[in-house]
Design a protein around this ligand. Structure first.
Ligand SMILES: Cc1cc2nc3c(=O)[nH]c(=O)nc-3n(C[C@H](O)[C@H](O)[C@H](O)COP(=O)(O)OP(=O)(O)OC[C@H]3O[C@@H](n4cnc5c(N)ncnc54)[C@H](O)[C@@H]3O)c2cc1C
Length: 402
């Protein structure tokens, strides 16, 4: 989107572009382009994390005192959008964008001193242990228990859909420390070392063939009391704080913009119905493209409104739900349109696309079709994780009628 930037923001944009030019390697860019998951797997994600860490930009959104850059919301938007448009992978957010801000806000001095530098440097790789079988949308019905035993909690239970638990050495967990009348009470927020005896991880392979999510089991796991974040029984406050970051962070419209460029690329390269034509020359495809382009532009405008809200220090509140819902649903429509445009070329994609990013030279899918089907299948989860669309609509409508 064309925005009239202030001179200092134009200067900032130039700095971002020159950093990307110099430090975003061809390998990382390729991994990002061929990855079908939301986040690129290590080692590529770690390489990018390290580049940002060395530059001092990895925790740019944190408060300055904990290693933030003091960027304005507009500068954050510029950085996020330019990085995505240049093909940089999304940095796995579980440490940087989720537990990091929670520790900054609610953590003890010891937790801040110990964990924040390790999140920044990438020494710790985190995963999020909130959802359980039977406790997803209705998260507060979670059953994982943490029972106090001297200087420890004994944690028992199971988490599901835990993204990247197979890479993580740390997990943040919501566990019930006391049975209360109101479900949201009696929940505590714990930081757990994945190497603790009694923690085990079982992979879940998703529709697109990716191993991104897992089940995590806790079998009498001893967790030091010093790893409780905030007050015992008040973990729901931290969970709500964190979910606002999960839904409203970054520049959500940019993923749709990037996906739209991929769709255009498919239309430019796929052969149309009449001799010598391409799909992009066909009227119905042009209408579809125009419609999706208009929706991406509307989303970009909404992104700008959120930037303006942040500039005035306003919390996002329901707007975070609004943009999460619109962005995830639009992204799915664009990915689906790309698969439809690929036609028969879409089918064999499944056979060779995978987490190892191995693309055979004999691949029957032309380059413009690589990873398109995988992204479509993987992207179906986008309207579920971080709060399902139906639940978001309920949140939005409650706010509208109050
Ligand atoms: C790819 C992926 C990655 C994930 N990563 C993580 C992670 O790292 N950590 C983590 O903790 N969780 C993670 N999740 C879990 C995610 O947050 C939950 O899947 C989500 O909250 C929905 O919960 P559920 O799967 O139990 O579905 P349910 O809550 O059972 O919902 C099933 C369907 O019913 C609808 N529904 C439920 N309640 C209502 C209602 N009251 N009114 C109307 N409709 C309703 C939902 O919208 C949904 O369509 C991930 C999920 C996916 C798919």
């Amino acid at each position: 989107m064309d925005i009239d930037l202030a001179p200092e923001d134009l200067e900032f944009r130039r700095e971002v572009l020159s950093f990307l030019e110099e430090h975003l390697s061809a390998d990382v860019r390729r991994a990002s382009r061929l990855s079908t998951g939301v986040f690129v797997d290590p080692p590529w994600s770690k390489e990018w994390h390290q580049a940002l860490f060395r530059k001092g930009w990895i925790t740019h959104a944190w408060p300055r005192e904990y290693g933030g850059c003091g960027w304005s919301p507009m500068q954050r938007y510029i950085y996020e959008s330019e990085a995505s448009l240049c093909g940089a992978p999304a940095v796995a957010p579980m440490g940087i964008n989720l537990v990091g801000p929670v520790i900054c806000e609610f953590g003890s001095p010891w937790q801040k001193e110990f964990y924040l530098p390790r999140i920044r440097s990438g020494e710790d790789y985190w995963c999020q242990g909130f959802s359980e079988p039977g406790a997803g949308s209705d998260l507060s019905s979670l059953k994982t228990k943490a029972v106090r035993d001297g200087d420890h909690y004994i944690v028992t239970g199971e988490k599901i859909w835990t993204t990247h638990a197979h890479f993580a050495n740390m997990i943040f967990v919501l566990a019930r420390t006391s049975p209360e009348e109101r479900q949201q009470q009696g929940i505590s927020f714990l930081l757990i070392d994945m190497k603790s005896p009694g923690v085990s991880v079982r992979p879940i392979i998703t529709l697109g063939g990716d191993h991104e999510v897992n089940q995590v089991f806790f079998d009498d796991v001893r967790v030091p009391v010093e790893n409780l974040v905030g007050e015992e029984g008040k973990g729901w406050n931290q969970a709500k704080y964190l979910l606002e970051f999960e839904r409203g962070g970054g520049a959500p419209s940019v993923r749709s913009r990037v996906a739209l460029e991929r769709f255009k690329n498919v239309l430019r390269n796929e052969v149309g119905d009449s001799h010598g034509s391409r799909l992009i020359d066909e009227k119905d495809r042009q209408f579809r493209l125009g419609e999706l382009e208009a929706r991406v532009m509307a989303l970009e405008a909404l992104d700008m409104r959120l930037v303006a809200k942040r500039q005035t220090g306003e919390r996002l509140g329901t707007s975070a739900s609004l943009i999460k819902t619109l962005a995830s649903e639009l992204l799915q429509e664009i990915e689906k349109a790309s698969v439809e445009a690929l036609g028969p070329h879409a089918l064999p994609d499944l056979a060779f696309d995978g987490p190892a990013f191995a693309v055979s030279n004999e691949a029957p899918v032309p380059e413009h079709g690589w990873a398109i089907v995988g992204r479509h299948l993987n992207g179906l989860a986008g309207t579920i994780f971080g709060g399902a669309s139906e639940i978001q609509r309920e949140v939005i409508s409650k706010d509208l009628v109050k």
